[in-house]
Design a protein around this ligand. Structure first.
Ligand code: F6R
Length: 261
């Protein structure tokens, strides 16, 4: 796992976008796994700038990590809406290539199986963008999620509903269920890129990166992935025991391995 610690949240977004742009330049039909929430917003904003500067995204496709169950697609906080307004439109992706799990299907299990099949038909995810919940979740795989889980319905924890209430008017408006790619689905992506900013993520980052592999910390599955990168600001890195080692390693990375230009 590569751990990159940068001074500010803005720099986290710019560096992560540089890594993604680097991949798209090498593989124009890149399949991205798309997270919602606050953490990746700076990445999407920077990719929009890079697209204006000539990054060709015409063949890029995307699969969102998750969706609330029961929220109308037109609701501003449905992840279908959030992905459209923060990713597809600003970056200029082809909407036909951007997919979000169906949280309104009559047969949720069949819709989840179809989502897995669609990811497979696209050739699998090349790079999965991830945020992390304060309780260590990735996607909406709450603590105790199986490391081999696939896309399925989950019940949101009270911590996650409270954390996400800021996007809704009241806590009661936050749906109690979601459809999320499983940890096994996420692990199948060829590359994982997790970003976190702020002190309220520091415990989750320390547990995910340096703690034991445990379903109590779903993000610890990154330790098991052959190509995982974690980019954090100083506040989110503040409880990492080996922070100095990560800083030294990144500062002395050979030029041929760099992706942060
Ligand atoms: C959202 C998702 C979640 C968020 C996590 C952090 O698609 O998969 O795992 O990444 O809840 O949310 P923020 O970034 O809002 O702190």
């Amino acid at each position: 796992m590569e751990i990159v610690i940068l001074p500010t949240a803005d720099e986290v977004g710019r560096a992560a976008a540089a890594k993604i742009a680097h991949l798209i330049a090498r593989k124009p039909d890149t399949v991205l796994g798309l997270a919602t929430g606050s953490s990746p917003l700076a990445i999407y904003a920077e990719l929009a700038v890079r697209r204006e500067q000539g990054l060709d995204v015409a063949r890029v496709s995307g699969f969102a990590l998750d969706e609330y169950v029961g929220l109308p697609v037109a609701h501003p906080q449905s992840y279908a809406s959030v992905i459209r307004t923060t990713v597809t439109e600003p970056i200029g992706l082809d909407p036909a290539r951007v997919h979000v799990p169906d949280g309104l299907a009559d047969d949720i299990e069949a819709a989840c199986a179809a989502y897995e099949a669609a990811i497979g038909a696209a050739g699998g995810v090349d790079l999965q963008i991830l945020g992390i919940g304060a309780n260590g979740h990735i996607g909406f795989n709450e603590p105790t999620s199986s490391f081999s889980s696939r896309t399925r319905i989950k019940t949101l924890s009270s911590r996650t509903r409270e954390d996400n209430a800021r996007f809704f008017g009241t806590l009661d408006e936050v749906p109690s269920h979601c459809v999320t790619q499983g940890l096994g689905t996420i692990r199948d992506a060829r590359e994982l890129l997790l970003v976190a900013q702020g002190e309220n993520k520091a415990d989750a980052i320390a547990a995910a990166v340096e703690g034991p592999l445990s379903s109590m910390v779903p993000a610890s599955i990154l330790q098991w992935h052959p190509h995982a990168t974690v980019i954090v600001d100083e506040a989110a890195a503040s409880r990492l025991a080996l922070a100095d080692y990560y800083r030294h390693t990144f500062a002395h990375k050979p030029a041929w391995q760099r992706w942060d230009a």
